[in-house]
Design a protein around this ligand. Structure first.
Ligand SMILES: [Zn+2]
Ligand SMILES: [Zn+2]
Length: 267
């Protein structure tokens, strides 16, 4: 019996003799099946050809990304707080080196994921560090492999500690979640996944229903995401991909970006 991983999105599936016929995450219009067709790999194969690279983004926050790129190529973020380490979003490769490094840093007290594109092998990370996985209940249909560690929540916000709160933003996925952290300097940090997509200039953000298929959200949905984030002050924004680091004015950038998006749709 094998745990198969989708080659295009990194999602892991229940143990089986054969891979599933399709990956529901990639069959959905918010992802895609590559023109070469659905491909599968395993955790063992992935660990033979790939490794994880670490970058410190600011004090208390590190990015973990698989090299060479695998699947969607998002980064996971390791947030270090006095109340414990939190893994924000997830990547498919959890190799022995990554386990040893995280263990040496004190393990994980929680895992939280923005939306189903990054669920990947969250079940293995949760087992390795005996940590709960916080997922918004509105996306539970997209959990492709069960785990006793999953904790579904459905409030507008979920406080994880005095410095960390999960905020329900919606938009790209019904349960789309962002993480608000006070930051070690108290100025506020938003971990955005791709619920709030940082643009290449890192001076705006955008909001899409499907990024690969370039399908927008409706104006009312963009307004709703902006309204849900408005009460949370933050200077920095870290998105799902390696260049997506907004260093200042984050809150104003989100508000301004939502207004220009809604203007484009209403002209
Ligand atoms: Zn997939
Ligand atoms: Zn996504």
């Amino acid at each position: 019996m094998t745990i198969f991983l989708c080659g295009a999105c990194g999602t892991s599936f229940e143990e089986a003799e054969e891979p599933p016929e399709t990956c529901p995450i990639c069959a959905d219009e918010r992802q895609y099946v590559p023109p070469s067709g659905q491909a599968w790999t395993t955790r063992e194969k992935l660990a033979r050809t790939h490794r994880n690279a670490w970058v410190q983004l600011e004090p208390g926050l590190m990015a973990i990304q698989t090299v060479p790129a695998f699947a969607i190529n998002q980064r996971a973020l390791l947030l270090r707080t006095p109340a414990g380490n939190i893994l924000w979003d997830c990547i498919a490769l959890l190799d022995d080196a990554t386990k040893a490094i995280i263990q040496a840093l004190g393990g994980l007290s929680a895992i939280a994921i923005s939306h189903p594109h990054y669920y990947t092998t969250m079940q293995d990370w949760a087992t390795a560090f005996d940590a709960p996985i916080y997922l918004h209940a509105a996306d539970k249909q997209w959990i492709c492999r069960s785990s006793d560690h999953v904790r579904l929540w459905d409030e507008d916000a979920l406080v994880l500690s005095s410095s960390v709160t999960l905020v329900h933003g919606g938009g790209h996925f019904a349960g789309g979640t962002v993480l608000h952290w006070t930051g070690e300097d108290g100025e506020g940090v938003l971990l955005a996944g791709d619920i709030v997509q940082v643009t290449p200039g890192a001076d705006h953000v955008s909001f899409m229903w499907s990024y690969p298929n370039m399908l927008p959200l409706r104006a009312a949905e963009v307004a709703d995401v902006a309204e849900r984030l408005a009460p949370w002050p933050f200077e920095r924004i870290y998105g799902a991909f390696s260049h997506q680091n907004v260093r200042k004015d984050g809150q104003a950038i989100v508000a301004r970006s939502a207004r220009r998006y809604i203007d484009r749709l209403s002209q």
